[in-house]
Design a protein around this ligand. Sequence first.
Ligand code: ASP
Length: 443
Amino acid sequence: MLMKKLELHWKILIGMVLGLVFGFVMLQIDGGKGFTNDWIKPLGTIFVKLLKLIAIPLILASLIKGISDLKDISKFKTIGIRTIITYIFTTVIAISIGLMLVNVLQPGNGVSEETISKLTTTYSSNTTVQAKITEATKQVESGPLQFLEDMVPDNAFKALSENRLMLQVIFFSIFLGISMLLIGEKRATPLKNFFDSLNDVVLKMVDLIMLTAPYAVFALLASVVVSSDDPDILVALLQYAGVVVLGLMLMITFYSIIVGTVTKKNPFWFLKEISPAQLLAFSTSSSAATLPVTMERVEEHIGVDKEVSSFVLPVGATINMDGTSLYQAVAAVFIFQALGLDLTFADQLTIVLTALLASIGSAAVPGAGMVMLVIVLESVGLPPELLPIGLALIFAVDRPLDMCRTVVNVTGDAMVAMLVAKSVGKLGEPHVRNWDDHYEEVK
Ligand code: ASP
């Protein structure tokens, strides 16, 4: 009964806390880890799969609907340019905050030789660390315009069949939407009705999936806890993790100030309305998986018009990662500090540029930020033989930090959606449907 009355974000939060507690209890029990992995983790995995399942249909339907609702194409151009500029601006702020904190607080100088050698022996030959380096090397070998080439699909159905190809889906949807505008309303109507209807259906699917969110986050967090590392190692990296988390909190403060001053909305209201998306970002560590929920919250609970959100949010999920770029800046400097290597002012400027590009290039999936960190490290001259050692230093706390930075990535996208909507007069009133978030009314 009580569960029925609670707002969704409270239910999710309770699920998360219980998941954490359950995970810690299972760690103490013989066979608890195996039990959690066999019987609890699948529930979380299924939930994430369901969210990913609807991400592509949702982008397709909502972007086509958003564009074909536009009265003229020039508006789309304005939205596009403002979105990209704001994304770059917020990312540069994030990197600057990260660099400032890591230079002032110097977390790398407090790491003892003993910790460094312990981390190096434990993780430097770890297969995940090695895989990240190999993946990053592949990215480096590509040419400067590779990203543009990659954005254009040569087969629409192939693009639609791979979550990884989200930018291609965005490209195809925009192309289709604009062409629909160009053939005139009368001839475009049948297709438009189809996508409008698909859009409503997919949003309903988001609601249905979200009803299971409190249970799913329980499973997700319990499985994160049981697969976490030795607590001693986590404590040794507390200072570094603390700097990243402090930076991420400053970013949320920065967003709140912008929301308050530019859109004139209450920042606490903003944070409360998008909190289910933030909590999911934390639990899944994936902005892509969270995207359907972010879209639903921003449109229905914040009041951003679909013409804006349908473009800003999917693009943001793939290219705007303020939390990731902040983390990359802190981690890069931390690694140099811990290894006793110097970074000049010019190096720090290089970090700003490469972390900006690296966060754009990072996939919206768990752990992707660490792959692109390799590129940032290489750009400031970390010798290749030190790369595995560098990554080994931060690997143990990467998952919890990934969870935190994904929250900032998602919040940043939502804030920019609000900002761009406000600037083009498309920030309206929330239109929450009363069957949202409750089983009873879904029937
Ligand atoms: N997990 C992050 C995201 O999906 C990317 C990263 O920083 O690893 O937004």
